[in-house]
Design a protein around this ligand. Structure first.
Ligand code: BTN
Length: 267
């Protein structure tokens, strides 16, 4: 398995001036790459931390993120936030759209989808997840940390709701190449989000929305809702229409399909 290597990641980033602005921390073992970026001094640069393993990898809602040595991508990206924090709405959707854009360019024959807000799926199985954390302090500029986990070379048992690129393609993949493609895509997408808002991603979102039109249930911090998914609004909020036809706009939560999607039958 090819180890993570800063020079090799940089070789895949062809914009020289963008490459020069990046600060990399390529580590062997760390508790969590998100946590690491919280603890080093913030700068104006885009700072990227990736590691061969995480001993305390974290997922959304306080779950842990399994991080076996050398197999997958565990990467966090930190950027300062200038301007209005409301522009950050939709960020987690945009991060997963960048993951999909990267994977699509590398594996054009595969159909990747996103389960709102940011689970990247392949055939209903989770391939990648993102953990977005906004850091604010009264005497410092706010910054955001985007933690991305992508299952790359792990082999994952068939009877689980997870998958990896290796499971999908039957091959091993170069994590340095995937990271080198992902980072510029992510940077470009964030610039578009901040300058134009989430509506600029609406069409792209509709093309990969795994929930659209399906019966779903959603757990938020303070409620549990059932209904039908009806896409996302101009801020990236999930629109759920309940059984009374009442729309609900959800900014955060955990969504799942109420009924599993039946496999397509060929006649
Ligand atoms: C989720 O789907 O629950 C989010 C998973 C996020 C995992 C990544 S791996 C790199 C970064 N460091 C962490 O501790 N978590 C994120």
């Amino acid at each position: 398995m090819n180890p993570l290597h800063e020079a090799q990641i940089r070789d895949h980033i062809h914009d020289v001036s963008f490459n020069d602005q990046l600060e990399f921390h390529v580590l062997k073992t760390i508790g969590s790459t998100n946590q690491y970026l919280k603890e080093i001094t913030p700068t104006e640069n885009m700072v990227i931390c990736c590691a061969e393993t995480q001993t305390q990898g974290r997922g959304r809602f306080g779950r842990s993120w399994h991080s076996p040595w050398g197999e997958n991508i565990y990467c966090s990206v930190r950027i300062p936030v200038h301007g209005d924090l409301t522009q950050l709405s939709g960020l987690s959707l945009v991060v997963s759209l960048s993951v999909i854009e990267t994977l699509r360019a590398l594996y054009p024959e595969e159909a990747f989808k996103i389960k709102w807000p940011n689970d990247v799926l392949w055939q209903q199985k989770k391939l990648s997840g993102c953990l977005i954390e906004l850091m604010t302090a009264h005497n410092a500029n706010p910054y955001v940390i985007m933690g991305i986990g992508i299952n790359v070379n792990a082999t994952i048992a068939n009877d689980t709701p997870w998958c990896s690129l290796r499971d999908i393609t039957g091959q091993l993949h170069d994590r340095n190449k995937i990271l080198g493609r992902l980072i510029p895509n992510l940077h470009q997408a964030i610039q578009s989000l901040w300058s134009q808002g989430f509506t600029t991603f609406s069409e792209q979102w509709q093309g990969v929305d795994a929930l659209m039109g399906h019966a779903i249930n959603v757990f938020t911090l303070n409620e549990h809702l059932n209904g039908r998914a009806n896409g996302v609004d101009a801020q990236g909020r999930l629109m759920l229409v309940d059984e009374k036809g009442q729309p609900h706009y959800l900014s955060a939560g955990e969504a799942s399909l109420t009924q599993p999607i039946a496999p397509l039958s060929c006649t």
